[in-house]
Design a binder for this molecule. Structure first.
Ligand code: GDP
Ligand code: MG
Length: 177
């Protein structure tokens, strides 16, 4: 998995999962290109983006995969997860059903992902606190129960986005390198 690349020391694959319109594609574009789009188009099929980061004296190139809800692309599920060392599991703090659906995503992760995959639970759209339907504590409790990290983010306001990805990537580095 840690294949050598001419301008980096390690190449890590990670995936974004979660209900549609929770902000997966905008989290990725914020992290990879520092871009946000208010009327972004739904993702069709699979897309990915890269970003290189420095951890200690090593350069890690993160290849982050993004997709529309896997239920529409069942056939790609196993290839989507294949070789992935990390996952950001995203919900929208303003839509309770996106949080309730997390068990399904976590189950799919366990089914298709590798057991040692680094998982970060992400409650996105923290800028919309006035429409909040999921408390911070709910996210924290679920993360504790599932033994994964947790963070609330805003792709729009660029809050904690860098932190969520970097936490996942540095943890992968610690585990695998
Ligand atoms: P995806 O289907 O999970 O990839 O979701 P998108 O990234 O396409 O985002 C769905 C919608 O939510 C778009 O209209 C985005 O502009 C909006 N959105 C994404 N992230 C945020 C955020 O942090 N705050 C707010 N207010 N809107 C967001
Ligand atoms: Mg998308």
């Amino acid at each position: 998995n840690n294949s050598f690349d001419e301008d980096c020391d390690y190449l890590f694959k990670a995936v974004l999962i979660g209900y549609s319109a929770v902000g997966k594609s905008n989290l990725l574009s914020r992290f990879a290109k520092d871009e946000f789009c208010l009327d972004s188009k739904p993702t069709i099929g699979v897309e990915f983006a890269y970003r290189s980061i420095r951890v200690g004296d090593k350069i890690i190139k993160a290849q982050i995969w993004d997709t529309a809800g896997q239920e529409r692309f069942r056939a790609i599920t196993s290839s989507y997860y294949r070789g992935a060392l990390g996952a950001l599991v995203v919900y929208d703090i303003t839509r309770r059903p996106t949080f309730e659906s997390l068990r399904k995503w976590l189950k799919e992760l366990r089914e298709f992902g590798s057991p040692e995959m680094v998982v970060v639970l992400v409650g996105n759209k923290s800028d919309l606190g006035q429409s909040r339907e999921v408390n911070l504590e709910d996210g924290q409790s679920l993360a504790q129960l599932e033994q994964v990290s947790f963070m609330e983010t805003s792709a729009k306001e660029n809050l904690n986005v860098e932190e969520a990805f970097l936490q996942m990537i540095t943890r992968i580095y610690e585990i695998t390198c």
